[in-house]
Design a protein around this ligand. Sequence first.
Ligand SMILES: *Cc1c(COP(=O)(O)O)cnc(C)c1O
Length: 391
Amino acid sequence: MSQQHKITQAVRIQTELTNEMEHSTPLFLTSSFQFDNTEEMRAAFADESDDNIYSRFSNPSVQEFTDKMCALEGAEAGYATASGMSAVFGSFMALLKQGDHLLSCKSIFGSTHTVIAKYLPKFGIDYSYVASDATEAEWEAAIRPNTKMIYLETPTNPGLDIVDLEMIGKLAKKHNIILNVDNCFATPVNQRPIEFGADLVVHSATKWIDGQGRVLGGVVVGRKDLIKDIYLFCRSTGPALSPFNAWILSKSLETLDVRMERHASNALFIAEQLSSHPAIASLKYPYLPSHPQYTIAKKQMQNGGGIVCFELKGGIESGRRFLDSLQMLSLTANLGDTRSIASHPASTTHAKLSEAERQAVNITPGLIRISVGLEHKEDILNDILQALDKC
Ligand SMILES: *Cc1c(COP(=O)(O)O)cnc(C)c1O
């Protein structure tokens, strides 16, 4: 048979059939695995066999999820973790050492920023940031002799900036630097950073991959030699993904492609309908020609994704009124759910920061982020419109 399409593999990859002849994938909810004799156990511990030993190291349900992610991303190998942050942290700690420098895009997920700016320096790992719209020359100028890894997120959370993967991929190759990309917002059915030269791809599987707001999970996939180091670090330090969560996430991958198509078409509809609304100062969606990096988005993404951002003219008070006026959209600290979610960072998640601190991380007073769900697009739009009328 010819090599199957990636989305077929996401549906069909499954743990080896057991004697029960199950059709849907079984759940291997077990902490450890047994051996028939001391010789088999010795061989497993000596890495002479692939037998499972203990679920902190490997587990069939976790491996099934990882294999599907590798197929979707076009990666050689992977390791799944308990959350997106443990995937990010594991990829840093396994590959960086004292004296190394990490070059990162400035617009990154809040907890990733905390890891880079607060914890990496404790281990003698230096970092610096470039702007998400930096030119090739600006990126290249920021590379130091000890730069070991380039880290970026595209589209960025929450600003939806797009970073040119082809440009950074070439730059990383030229300088022999590991390129590590957080592909959480796009998912592999929409964007595959490895095709543009990324060595590693990290995910929060908590978001679109679960897609139904049930479990936390993460995964890092990419070059076999790098994943080996990440695996060895994680198997000793313990951020393993629970088999139960892996079983949920593996079933979720069977529907990722169809879900993301609908999330994206609903989001494009919402973005188009709202772009000239009188209460909105500006609106960002990667697949709208008005997006500053529209041509890059078109080049590297198959669709615009499920997130729409806009800036309310009325600032922080308008943002608060908008959220409080919503009747259907949920107010919750997550994204990538079947249910549409609205967030206003300035009055909620980032309310503790000063105005200047918020400005520094691109959280403007009237910034609203909509994670567009799978409800009927007219119902999503109507709820947003009636709330906009009140702010
Ligand atoms: C949520 C998120 C993370 C962290 O993932 P968790 O599963 O919450 O640990 C990392 N990167 C991005 C872009 C995210 O949105």
